[in-house]
Design a protein around this ligand. Structure first.
Ligand code: PRP
Length: 209
């Protein structure tokens, strides 16, 4: 049987995933010494594919990878047709609405503008509050937008809160909790149910030790 293919989000999530899989008894030595290679064996039964977060979902949806490790932030923003089967417990952070420290974001009647890398997440958050907010998509370092006078606030990921603090911003309200998730292609879950469930069970046991 060919190995199950697992797409890992390159970077921090990839190394946390390797640590978790090693703890579960899987051989991640090739992944640890990967050089520039993008497809690496994990023992005999798994193969890691290293990809950018959004692409992890694309490869899974297109059926060329069976499993994926991706942040809930990307899942919430991008959506897609796959099953989310396990909270992996690492990559923990949160989405929050933030604004200049001391400012009352909700005060006043004029329309608010919010900058974000995650327009769908922001849209849903304000819809749930029945607020009509103008949303501007920014590619990175979203904290700049209120500092430059472009936005009243931001919806962004907050981990330690350091970036907000150092730029004179503060959390107004948490939006959602985020962590890495194990996702599975629907067809793979049917065709290779046993192997996938075995792997998920091993990882889950490791998360709880
Ligand atoms: C994320 C996020 C914040 C920062 C939060 O940025 O967008 O800027 O991390 O972390 P902290 O609360 O620990 O300071 P990332 O490093 O992903 O870069 P980018 O937003 O510029 O893409």
């Amino acid at each position: 049987m060919k190995p199950l293919r697992i797409a890992l989000t390159k970077g921090r999530l990839e190394s946390s995933a390797a640590k978790l899989m090693e703890g579960a008894g899987l051989d991640c030595s090739a992944l640890r010494q990967k050089g520039r290679r993008l497809i690496l064996p994990i023992g005999d039964s798994l193969e890691a594919v290293l990809a950018k977060a959004g692409d992890v979902i694309t490869y899974l949806e297109q059926g060329v990878c069976d499993l994926g490790v991706v942040g809930k932030d990307v899942i919430m923003e991008r959506g897609g047709r796959f099953f989310e089967i396990l909270d992996l417990g690492f990559g923990k952070c949160g989405f929050a609405l933030a604004a200049p420290a001391g400012a009352d974001f909700y005060q006043g009647y004029q329309g608010k503008t919010v900058a974000t890398k995650y327009p769908n997440v922001a849209k849903r958050f304000f819809q749930s509050k029945d607020m009509d907010v103008r949303i501007i998509k920014i590619e990175g370092s979203v904290e700049l937008a209120p500092l430059l006078g472009l936005a009243d606030g931001i919806v962004d990921l907050v981990e330690t809160g350091e970036t907000l603090r150092e730029n004179g911003l503060a959390v107004v309200e948490p939006v959602a909790e985020v962590s890495a998730r194990l996702i599975v292609n629907a067809a793979s879950l049917k065709l290779r149910k046993r192997e996938i469930e075995d792997l998920a069970a091993k990882l889950e046991e490791q998360i709880h030790t």
